[in-house]
Design a protein around this ligand. Structure first.
Ligand SMILES: CC(C)(COP(=O)(O)OP(=O)(O)OC[C@H]1O[C@@H](n2cnc3c(N)ncnc32)[C@H](O)[C@@H]1OP(=O)(O)O)[C@@H](O)C(=O)NCCC(=O)NCCS
Ligand SMILES: CC(=O)OP(=O)(O)O
Length: 314
């Protein structure tokens, strides 16, 4: 992954991209911001109290922000009929709503939060304000999983609790795009507890249908399902369980059938398998807003800031 981050740094060198880090009270966020500031490639903007933060950082304090009325008006306009001015003013006291409005109003290019907030608290402002791109029905959360030379994409590990076949197909296509954007030629496995009809149930049928839909949505991408994890990653097992499949134990994008499977699966790969987990990267939004795990390190924050900045250019 060293190469990926070097590539991103080269690409972003003169791009002048600013990333909001709303959690200015978290030490990991401050450490990552200082490292970004020192490097001078991405401009971090911290939300918090300037008095309590290092003087060389750009800090915006919602309590004293001179342009708060503009943000409130823009929020009320965006949430037409769903928030009064009074409610908007109250919501914008929250650092994630405030930071998301900085992105929505083009005062910043992207946002990374979630070190000190749950995923729901982090992403809800983005779902309500930034919203998904035309043609995308739902956002989803992908991780880039890295160990030595190995790079995989896991999704959805963050957002949709009980995806339908249509959701899974969209997640597959968006995850293939995420893989391609970060230098991985996608080979997608639609995961299940069954390989090519070895078990039959509502759950396996959901993945079979999702695979058909995903293939129609992205006919040029190698997508295979339904597959068990071993049949997707071990060529000899693929030859036995899924002979003739377009993915022969060489999958690198893994679409999990539910959030339970995806979230548990990525944490097992991270905590027992020794993979670095970068994300969750939110896919399909109009502007990049990315979540962190509350278990993240300062290095994870720093890296996700680079991924977020790269999404601005994609
Ligand atoms: C993502 C999540 C917070 C959304 O829940 P919610 O805020 O209750 O969602 P709601 O149904 O009230 O919708 C709120 C808004 O977000 C939108 N929305 C909800 N899910 C969305 C999705 N996946 N993609 C895009 N927009 C979405 C809704 O359309 C709605 O927009 P509107 O207010 O403009 O009409 C919820 O699905 C969740 O908690 N997921 C699990 C998160 C988690 O804990 N993951 C594990 C750790 S990473
Ligand atoms: C991505 C994720 O699981 O986030 P958290 O660990 O904060 O719940």
């Amino acid at each position: 992954m060293a190469d990926l981050f070097q590539e991103l740094k080269d690409k972003l060198h003169n791009a002048n991209i600013s990333i909001v880090l709303p959690e200015g009270t978290d030490e990991r966020i401050i450490a990552a911001a200082l490292k970004l500031q020192e490097e001078g490639i991405i401009k971090p903007i911290i939300i918090g109290s300037a008095k309590k933060l290092p003087a060389n950082l750009t800090v915006i304090d919602p309590e004293t922000y001179e342009e708060i009325d503009d943000l409130v008006q823009a929020f009320v306009e965006r949430r037409k009929g769903k928030a009064t001015e009074e409610e908007a003013r109250k919501l914008l006291k929250g650092v994630n709503y405030f930071g998301t409005m900085l992105v929505y109003t083009n005062r910043a290019d992207g946002l990374v939060s979630g070190a000190a907030h749950t995923t729901a608290e982090t992403v809800r402002p983005a779902l309500q304000i930034i919203k998904t791109k035309p043609g995308i029905s739902k956002t989803s959360g992908a991780f880039i999983m890295v160990k030595d030379e190995l790079r995989y994409v896991f999704a959805d590990c963050a957002i949709t609790i009980a995806p339908t076949s249509e959701d899974l197909a969209e997640i597959a296509v968006e995850s293939a795009k995420t893989a391609a954007a970060f230098g991985i030629k996608p080979k997608v496995a639609m995961l299940s507890f069954s390989s090519k009809g070895s078990a039959q149930s509502e759950e396996t049928e959901k993945v079979v249908k999702a695979t058909e839909l995903a293939k129609k949505l992205a006919p040029n991408v190698a997508i295979e399902g339904e597959l068990q994890f071993d049949a997707s990653i071990v060529p000899a097992i693929a030859a036995k369980k899924a002979p003739g499949a377009v993915v022969q134990g060489d999958a690198n994008v893994f679409v999990f059938p539910s959030l339970e499977a995806g979230n548990i699966g990525y944490k097992i790969a991270e905590r027992l398998g020794g993979f670095e987990a970068i994300g969750p990267i939110l896919q399909g939004l109009n502007a990049p807003v990315n979540d962190l795990s509350r278990g993240c390190s300062a290095e994870d924050v720093y890296k996700l800031a680079y991924i977020t900045a790269a999404q601005v250019l994609n």
